[in-house]
Design a protein around this ligand. Structure first.
Ligand SMILES: [Cu+2]
Length: 166
């Protein structure tokens, strides 16, 4: 009679267990690192906004907000929305020419490459500011919240300037 080898089942099981534990542990560390990176990103989006301005027009005409957006980070950023307590509605727009006519289209995913600067300016990208909560005048400071993909936000102060400002 051949003797049946006794499988060292106890040892195998113990080894597998240890491997699983190590696996679980490294996954946990990875998730924690991702979470930390995520919270850092949420606290400070890697963008700088300068020259934030609003061109004042009379009455309750929609106003245009312009600024320069610099991506200081290593990854692309995407501006997806904006809001302000001074306006009922804020839309992201881009002025384009279609069939020889100047028109505006909604732009709700404005990407900026790492190291790049995007100029929001007349004839191009702008914030369309509609329905003033109260009358505005030249020199007023208007808070605006820019919202980026990945739920990052940035609060920016816009200065109200005369209609002649570019
Ligand atoms: Cu517009």
């Amino acid at each position: 009679m051949p003797s049946m080898p006794i499988p060292p089942s106890t040892n195998i099981s113990a080894t597998r267990h240890a491997a699983r534990r190590r696996g679980a542990c490294s996954v946990g560390a990875g998730a924690l690192a991702a979470l930390l990176a995520c919270s850092v990103a949420l606290a400070a989006p890697p963008v700088t906004v300068t020259n934030a301005r609003i061109r004042l027009l009379p009455g309750d005409l929609p106003l245009a907000g312009y600024f320069d957006l610099v991506n200081r980070g290593r990854r692309p950023v995407a501006l997806t929305a904006a809001s302000s307590p001074a306006f009922e509605m804020v839309h992201l727009h881009r002025s384009i020419e279609r069939d020889g006519t100047a028109t505006m289209v909604t732009a709700d995913d404005i990407k900026v490459k790492p190291g790049a600067t995007l100029h929001f300016a007349p004839g191009g990208y702008h914030l369309m500011l509609m329905q003033r909560v109260k009358p505005l005048q030249v020199g007023d400071k208007v808070p605006m919240t820019l919202q980026f993909a990945d739920r990052q936000t940035l609060r920016v102060i816009f200065e109200v300037k005369s209609a002649e400002t570019q």
